[in-house]
Design a protein around this ligand. Structure first.
Ligand code: DGL
Length: 300
């Protein structure tokens, strides 16, 4: 791996756009790589589906990326990592890295010398029911309280992230009047107040909030505001950076920002549903324009 003239080809897979937050961290860390990203948008959300279905979707998505030349697969989806990591490793011939172990490690180390306290994990229903985070945290001596937040993925997918909404979810966004923005922000803020209020009642000793879903980093400013309102000060972390560092380690690319390969990163994007929507929302997740998305049919 990594011996090609243009650096390694890294496959990155998510049920939708959220995994682009992981790709965003990979690009500066391993800029010499070629990235092939697949968003299985036609079959999203994974987080409300059964284990059997999630495994089937994840394996077919991962096989597609291996066939496109991926030499390492990043499962940039918490739900697929929680429910299908073993099956993915069995089905592929390339190394597979998920987001949950790096996320738990980030939770264990984010406070420096300060004790990490209990870890409150926000995630999809399927991730919570798998208790994959509780196990990963327990392995590091941490107690995790897991809270399912099923409304957050649709809000993010619609671009209702509460601050600088993603594009115009419906109709025309009137930036001058700001009507849509205010209404959408209010809905997202209320949902966060309910989820975080409930979760913090169950987890009074938690000092770390782990965003256990690749969509949630887009809600970070709104989450921080809600925590302020609730009078709670928690370290908020996500697994994207820690996952990118795990990938760099697996590729033998140590140190900060060291290129594996000679050039600037190149990216190919595939989606199983509307490429227009992927380009529009994906650009916000990635923090740079997402262009040339190709439609792929992976079946049902
Ligand atoms: N990407 C999924 C995750 O990180 C969230 C979206 C979904 O439910 O498919 O858990």
């Amino acid at each position: 791996m990594g011996g090609t003239a243009r650096g390694p080809t890294i496959g990155v897979f998510d049920s939708g756009f959220g995994g682009l937050t992981v790709l965003r961290e990979l690009l500066p860390l391993i800029p010499g790589a070629h990235y092939v990203y697949l968003g299985d948008t036609a079959r999203l959300p994974y987080g409300s589906k059964s284990r059997e279905t999630i495994v089937r979707y994840a394996v077919s998505s991962a096989r597609f990326l291996e066939e496109r030349g991926a030499e390492l697969l990043v499962v940039a989806c918490n739900t697929a990592t929680a429910l299908a990591l073993d099956e993915l490793r069995a089905a592929l011939t390339i190394p597979v890295i998920g987001v949950i172990a790096p996320g738990a490690e980030a939770a264990a180390t984010c406070g420096g010398d300060a004790p990490p306290g209990d870890v409150l994990v926000l995630a999809t229903q399927a991730t919570v029911e798998s208790h994959a985070y509780a196990r990963a945290c327990a392995a590091l001596g941490l107690w995790a309280i897991e809270k399912a937040c099923p409304l957050l993925v649709p809000l993010v997918e619609e671009g209702w992230i509460g601050e600088g909404q993603i594009g115009a979810a419906r109709g025309t966004w009137d930036a001058g009047r700001g009507t849509w923005n205010a209404a959408m922000s209010a809905v997202t803020a209320e949902v966060l107040r309910i989820y975080l209020g409930e979760a913090l009642r169950d987890a009074p000793r938690s000092r770390t909030l782990l965003l256990g879903c690749t969509h949630y980093p887009l809600l970070r400013p709104a989450i921080a505001r809600t925590l302020d309102e609730l009078g709670r000060s928690l370290r908020v972390i996500d697994s994207a950076q820690a996952t990118a560092r795990s990938v760099a380690r697996a590729l033998g690319v140590e140190g900060d920002g060291v290129a594996a390969g000679p050039g600037l990163a190149t990216c190919e994007f595939f989606a199983t549903d509307s490429v227009e929507k992927f380009e529009r929302l994906g650009s916000r997740f990635l923090g740079r324009p997402v262009r040339g998305v190709q439609l792929v049919d992976l079946g049902g």
